[in-house]
Design a protein around this ligand. Structure first.
Ligand SMILES: Cc1cc2nc3c(=O)[nH]c(=O)nc-3n(C[C@H](O)[C@H](O)[C@H](O)COP(=O)(O)OP(=O)(O)OC[C@H]3O[C@@H](n4cnc5c(N)ncnc54)[C@H](O)[C@@H]3O)c2cc1C
Length: 411
């Protein structure tokens, strides 16, 4: 990052974004919105990050399998100023997520800021997961990162995750340390929804395949050691974004968080805040206050979630979004909204917490936000409609008359 020092502090001018996944794209867009020059380095030859499906998993990159469908519905996972197409399904297939990212990049003309096949530094995939007894296990075992499809699992007994494999496997066991929430994507009437708990301590002897869906290791090898300090299991970052020890706020980690819903709105909100901090429009507190906040947040996370080395980043979606929105000055003000626009106020208060709400006021206000909120249910309902067929023109040629004969039996 390059910048300059003025009377009121340090201001960035040119910001480097590492990676052109959904978080990186949000960063480029938000930095440009704030008048910063954004330069993105992407090690692969395309945008999309995780959502660009790779037939062969690439070391150092997360991957998905063929049939992945997003858990969050499209309206809840949207960028706040770019509603997804109405005819996209509510829970998108990964190819449609990529399509949505492409539409976003095209609409805001982001591609010209990205340098493809440019790796900031070498990224290594750590494969140090361990599992007691696995060395003596005779069947096939692998991490979910390598899982592309259920091929080869036909008729097998499968242990651990891979719900996708349940379509073809004879039996799939889900093994977890602390129990697990099984969240259905579809609720009543086919609407997007969340549901039910499953936990079972039973022992299973005969297993053919084990899939380790035990989470991912993370690493930032290109960062200096002192910025990789941890608090609990997570990186020591103020509000999950800023390292507290920097003299100037010149680094932000965006999208490194796991909300109980979609990442895009969270990452985008973080990018909006980072752009204002870099620009010098918003100040971060002192190092000691940031450290205190980090420790308090870590403690609360450990009380609320089953945090571990592999699951260090869990946050509550709306409170975290609100928290960062508050810093940016974008948090919806219900009272003034009701006074100004009661119809909109009602929709915001009683409707789903879609990301467009965070564009109604404040510095990143978007004129289309009201319309996006008014039309959100139309976009949810549209995929339920039957396919539109071309209208059939009535035939013009003369038809021979049809005679109906009623034969009534007489007794
Ligand atoms: C199987 C799976 C399913 C998921 N499902 C969901 C879901 O349903 N909903 C949801 O919200 N989230 C889901 N997630 C979380 C997911 O990680 C995020 O949605 C999202 O992909 C994170 O985006 P990102 O841009 O931060 O990272 P990524 O998508 O991983 O993109 C990072 C980019 O940075 C590039 N890069 C990395 N290092 C360098 C470097 N040194 N130099 C240059 N470029 C570099 C990579 O090539 C990549 O393009 C899922 C994750 C997994 C693994």
């Amino acid at each position: 990052m390059t910048g300059f020092l003025s009377n009121d502090g340090w201001h960035a001018k040119r910001v480097v974004v590492i990676g052109a996944g959904c978080s990186g794209l949000a960063c480029i867009k938000c930095f440009l919105d704030e008048g910063l020059e954004a330069v993105c380095f992407e090690s692969s030859d395309d945008i999309g990050g995780l959502w660009r499906f790779k037939e062969r998993p690439e070391p150092g990159r997360a991957n998905i399998y063929h049939s992945v469908i997003v858990n969050s519905s499209k309206e809840m996972m949207a960028y706040s100023d770019f509603p997804p197409p109405a005819d996209f399904p509510n829970n998108m297939h990964h190819s449609q997520v990529l399509q949505y990212l492409r539409l976003y990049a095209k609409h805001f003309d982001l591609l010209k800021h990205i340098h493809f096949q440019t790796t900031v530094c070498s990224v290594r995939q750590r494969s140090d997961f361990s599992y007691s007894g696995i060395s003596t296990f005779q069947g096939r075992h692998f991490h979910s990162w390598e899982y592309c499809s259920a091929d080869g699992m036909q008729g097998k007994t499968v242990m651990v995750i891979a719900v996708d494999a349940s379509r073809v496997a004879k039996q799939v066991y889900l093994s977890t340390r602390h129990g697990a929430w099984m969240v259905g994507r579809i609720g009543e009437g086919g609407m997007p929804a969340d549901v039910i708990l499953y936990s079972d301590p039973s022992v299973v002897d005969e297993v053919d395949v084990v899939v380790f869906a035990t989470g991912y290791n993370y690493d930032f090898p290109f960062l200096p050691e002192d910025l990789r300090v941890k608090d609990g299991y997570r990186l020591s970052l103020y509000k999950h974004i800023f390292p507290p020890s920097l003299e100037k706020p010149s680094l932000a980690v965006v999208g490194f968080i796991h909300g109980l819903r979609a990442i895009i709105p969270l990452a985008e909100m973080q990018a909006r805040w980072a752009s204002r901090v870099f620009k010098g429009l918003t100040k971060l507190p002192s190092e000691s206050i940031m450290l205190e906040d980090i420790q308090g947040t870590t403690k609360r996370m450990h009380q609320r979630f089953a945090c571990s080395e592999r699951n260090p980043l869990q946050v509550d979606y709306i409170p975290d979004l609100d928290d960062v929105a508050h810093e940016v000055g974008e948090k919806p003000q219900f009272f003034s909204l009701f006074l100004r626009d009661p119809g909109l106020g009602l929709r915001v208060l009683f409707g789903p917490c879609t990301p467009y709400q965070y564009r109604l006021c404040g510095p990143g206000q978007w004129a289309g936000a009201r319309q996006a909120i008014y039309t959100q249910w139309e976009r949810v309902i549209r995929p339920f409609g039957t396919r539109k067929l071309p209208e059939i023109q009535p035939e013009t040629k003369q038809r021979s008359p049809v005679y109906l004969t009623f034969a009534s039996g007489q007794t």
